[in-house]
Design a protein around this ligand. Structure first.
Ligand SMILES: [Fe+2]
Length: 133
């Protein structure tokens, strides 16, 4: 499996959220490919901004469902989302200010950043959302 490929084991059995996760991986793949193609700072900056925007959109969608159905672990899950956003912010700010490069370590980090959250935290809501969504 290549980096940023969606795998069936990532499924949370909610179509909407699986699609969001696939789209996030697609954006990460696009970031990686654009860097390999030697795209400039403006283009890469825009891709990073889009990634942040879509991440926020996806987290909001999950959190709205959690609020609506009163998911018992919602506060814990929201805190994890906050942490992920601030990690993403750090990467984006570092890149834009020139203090940090995006390297193969960064891609590995971003791959884990998303997939570990899916496997560790998102998987926990499956039994709760099942039959409700
Ligand atoms: Fe989540």
């Amino acid at each position: 499996m290549a980096l940023f490929d969606w795998e069936p084991k990532y499924s949370v059995y909610i179509d909407e959220f699986d699609k969001h996760h696939q789209k996030l991986l697609e954006q990460l793949r696009n970031l990686h490919q654009s860097m390999l193609n030697g795209q400039g700072k403006q283009v890469i900056g825009d891709i990073l901004d889009e990634l942040k925007k879509y991440t926020q959109y996806h987290f909001n969608a999950e959190e709205e469902k959690m609020d609506e159905l009163n998911y018992p672990n919602k506060e814990e899950h929201k805190a994890k989302h906050k942490e992920l956003i601030s990690q993403l912010d750090e990467i984006i700010d570092g890149y834009k200010s020139g203090s940090h490069q995006i390297t193969s370590d960064t891609y590995q980090f971003l791959n884990n950043w998303l997939t570990k959250h899916i496997m560790g935290e998102d998987k926990k809501y499956i039994p709760f959302f099942k039959d409700k969504l």
